[in-house]
Design a protein around this ligand. Structure first.
Ligand code: ZN
Length: 128
């Protein structure tokens, strides 16, 4: 993953993904060597939309056993969300900057960083 989300699109940050030129499926992270939908073997690099809406979420209330979700310091509960982006992919990440009681499905979020795991914050001007 990149150290920070790329900002070369006018509609927000992008993530380094792959796209199938035959069926347009977007694949993130870049783990596939063939398209899982149509078996096309030549995938192209693609800057996938990083921002989106919360598809679902949960609150992690105990320390995870292993990285990348295990915290560096003292544990505090945090929100783990699946964010559905404008490219139709769902990205698991940590949501911060909002109390867990105020998180809801459909909430607009923006990618803040992607150094270890994707980290999201509520979108400015979004529905929060
Ligand atoms: Zn395909």
């Amino acid at each position: 993953m990149t150290a920070a989300p790329e900002k070369n699109r006018t509609d927000g940050a992008v993530l380094p993904a792959l796209r199938c030129p035959a069926c347009t499926l977007v694949i993130y992270p870049r783990t596939a060597s063939i398209c899982p939908r149509c078996s096309m073997k030549e995938l192209e690099t693609y800057g996938a939309a990083a921002d989106g809406r919360i598809w679902t979420y949960t609150v992690q209330r105990f320390p995870p056993k292993s990285p990348p979700y295990s915290p560096a310091g003292e544990f505090a509960p945090f929100v783990v969300a699946y964010v559905e982006t404008g490219d139709g992919i769902r990205i698991e990440g940590i949501l911060s900057g909002v109390d867990a009681a105020n998180v809801h499905i459909g909430m607009e979020v923006s990618l803040e960083s992607c150094t270890d795991v994707p980290r999201y914050v509520p979108a400015r001007g979004g529905t929060s």
